[in-house]
Design a protein around this ligand. Structure first.
Ligand code: SDX
Length: 392
């Protein structure tokens, strides 16, 4: 309150840029990638094709797809020295901190991706990062278990390749289960872009100083790590496990979430833009049901999540504030069913969001957006003279 106007500070409604990539309607609960509704994309496309769509603006022809896919396979390895960097971390390091470090370190081994100016140079940097990021994401998990760090297998598609690098055990043959990799493919599609969210705005802000793509994405990874943003998918499962351990009384925890004197929030609920159901949450919830049925898994956390959703959606507090389940509410259920550990959930979000970050960085650079430099309302000390320490 400045006595003049009530300011909604903190980038809550800032029109930061003009973009042609993703359209969101928070009231209608609509999400379009380059004009295609997320429901159709999730049903009919695949993650590699969605990466092309976000980066180039159109669904690829067969030739365009094969060239794009072929380039990614061409770069499907990482410099051996990168292993020395990951070796320096303790096994207990959070995978998101390792991922952000490794992504920035990639710059040192890919000088062509640093001072890019032309669209062609940006597309090369994008394909390099897309190929190598799958390794880094897989390696952050391997690190926690002290498992050998593998390179890619070009006989597999992008998602299968990631899954094998992450989960292949050195002493066993590795079978790709299509039920698992198709569910993972759909999840990555649903996370691929989401307009000017916190981490994407971070990538744009850092990139607006003409910082290289890898370092800009590294900053986005750090923003996504936060529990109010991508870190919420890990926080949701931890919340559901806490409620289960506490006896499963969802009414008690919904009451805590409403209590202003209690810092507890219902993780996976609420959204800055969606004041209706997050369309991704609906798709993920159905995918979770289908996957658990296909794998014959009973997950108590899913039962608690559905009870929690029912109670909250009928509660005045949540209805008044238009708080609905968001993308993070059910995604952890699927990751868990896929054998992905909780501390890796936000890395999976980052793997999905990578093409969106790159597409938005590329658009910002090609459009020539100026360096980001917002202003402020100053409410500090007024003009005054320096006082020597002997007189203070
Ligand atoms: C993602 O932006 C994106 O697109 C993000 C994302 C993407 O794809 O990139 O969609 C991914 O980050 C999804 C959001 C994941 N985060 C969570 O699930 C964390 C829990 N949610 C909240 O922390 C919160 O809803 C936010 C951060 C998501 C949104 O916060 P806002 O828009 O700043 O809302 P607010 O904090 O101003 O809350 C408005 C009111 C407040 O109550 P009053 O002051 O009006 O009394 O709603 C309440 C809040 O206390 N509220 C909640 C709540 N979320 C908001 N109360 C209980 N539980 C919650 N989860």
């Amino acid at each position: 309150q400045t006595g003049l106007i009530t300011l909604d500070l903190g980038y809550k409604n800032t029109g930061a840029t003009i973009s042609e990539i993703t359209y969101l309607d928070g009231d209608q609960g609509e999400l379009f990638y380059r004009g295609y509704p997320i429901e159709q994309i999730a049903e009919k496309s695949n993650f590699t094709e969605v990466m092309y769509l976000l980066l180039h603006g159109e669904l690829p022809t067969t030739d365009q797809f094969n060239t794009f896919n072929g380039n990614i396979k061409k770069y499907n390895f990482v410099a051996e020295e990168m292993k020395k960097i990951i070796d320096a971390f303790p096994r207990s390091a959070h995978p998101m901190g390792v991922l952000s470090t490794l992504t920035s370190a990639l710059t040192a081994f890919n000088p062509k991706a640093v001072n890019v100016q032309s669209k062609e140079e940006m597309d090369l940097a994008a394909e390099l990062l897309i190929a190598k990021f799958a390794h880094l994401a897989a390696w952050t998990y391997r690190k926690t278990l002290g498992l050998p760090l593998n390179h890619g297998d070009n006989n597999l598609n992008y998602v299968e390749n990631f899954y094998k690098m992450a989960f292949r055990l050195p002493n066993e043959d590795f079978e790709i289960n299509p039920v698992v990799t198709q569910a993972l493919d759909k999840l990555l599609i649903l996370h691929a872009d989401h307009e000017q969210n916190c981490s994407t705005s971070t990538v744009r802000m850092v990139g607006s100083a003409h910082t290289g793509l890898f370092a800009s994405v590294s900053a986005g990874i750090s923003a996504l790590w936060g529990p109010l943003h991508g870190g919420a998918n890990q926080a949701v499962i931890e919340m559901l496990e806490l409620i289960e351990k506490d006896g499963g009384d969802v009414n008690k925890w919904v009451a805590k979430a409403k209590d202003k004197n209690d810092s507890f929030r219902l993780m996976g609920f609420g959204h800055r833009v969606y004041k209706n159901f997050d369309p991704r949450a609906k798709i993920i919830k159905k995918a979770a049901d289908d996957l658990l049925a296909a794998l014959g898994i009973e997950d108590k956390a899913l039962d608690i999540a559905m009870q929690l959703e029912k109670v909250a959606l009928e509660d005045e507090y949540f209805i008044e504030r238009k708080l609905y389940p968001n993308v993070d509410f059910y995604s952890g259920i699927i990751y868990r069913a896929l054998g992905i550990p909780t501390e890796m959930f936000t890395v999976m979000f980052a793997l999905g969001r990578l093409p969106g970050w790159i597409a938005q960085w590329k658009e910002m650079r090609l459009k020539g957006d100026p360096i980001g430099r917002p202003r402020q309302i100053y409410q500090g000390a007024q003009l005054r003279d320096y006082v020597d320490i002997s007189k203070r």
